[in-house]
Write a protein that binds this ligand. Structure first.
Ligand SMILES: *[C@@H]1O[C@H](CO)[C@@H](O)[C@H](O)[C@H]1NC(C)=O
Length: 183
């Protein structure tokens, strides 16, 4: 009985925090192996860079570029994965368009676009986008409904979101699985 109470309590928290958490940042929902693009305004900026914060708290520079002084081009200075990351400007070099090819679970997380204004030294993070796979709530519900099917619980864990939401989801799932095993 205790387990059931804890489970429903966690599920309740989950239902309340999940939509709120997801709407904190603009979210790009993708499917594995898809390509995606993110845009960043670079009007009056000199440099642009994209960073990724993953659910394991890694904060990594993915790609950076600096506008050429004399021509409308945006040469890339650093590219962590040249096979999959592309950074291109629009025709006026006012927008930086970052493309990720063949998205894997390692690509999920919060993307920060940083820009450096002309004649300034500091980089400002002006845009955050959450990249996630298609909603994982179905998997969690399946885990709860499919009594005795441990494999579904693993699926739910694999596709868990990032940050606190992921922790809650994980906790709920673990408790749900325990409940299933005990009943
Ligand atoms: C992703 O982009 C690459 C390179 O442009 C292309 O070859 C591939 O077909 C694209 N994949 C999808 C699913 O659109």
């Amino acid at each position: 009985m205790e387990f059931y109470q804890l489970f429903f309590f966690l599920l309740l928290i989950n239902m309340h925090t999940f939509p709120a958490d997801a709407s904190l940042y603009p979210t790009l929902t993708v499917i594995p192996n898809q390509n995606t693009t993110m845009r960043c305004n670079i009007m009056g900026k000199e440099e642009v860079a994209w960073y990724l914060l993953t659910s394991s708290d890694d904060f990594t520079l993915l790609i950076s570029a600096e506008k050429a002084r004399t021509r409308k081009i945006l040469p890339v200075h650093y590219n962590k994965d040249e096979k999959r990351f592309i950074l291109e400007p629009d025709s006026e070099v006012n927008t930086a368009i970052f493309t990720i090819i063949n998205i894997t679970p390692d690509d999920l997380g919060l993307y920060f676009c940083g820009t450096k204004p002309e004649f300034k030294y500091q980089m400002n993070f002006i845009k955050v986008i959450r990249l996630q796979f298609k909603e994982n709530k179905e998997e969690l519900i399946t885990c709860v409904e499919n009594k005795g099917e441990a494999s579904w619980c693993e699926v739910a864990l694999m596709f868990g979101g990032v940050g606190a939401a992921a922790l809650l989801l994980l906790l709920t799932t673990v408790v749900a699985c325990t409940v299933i095993r005990r009943s």
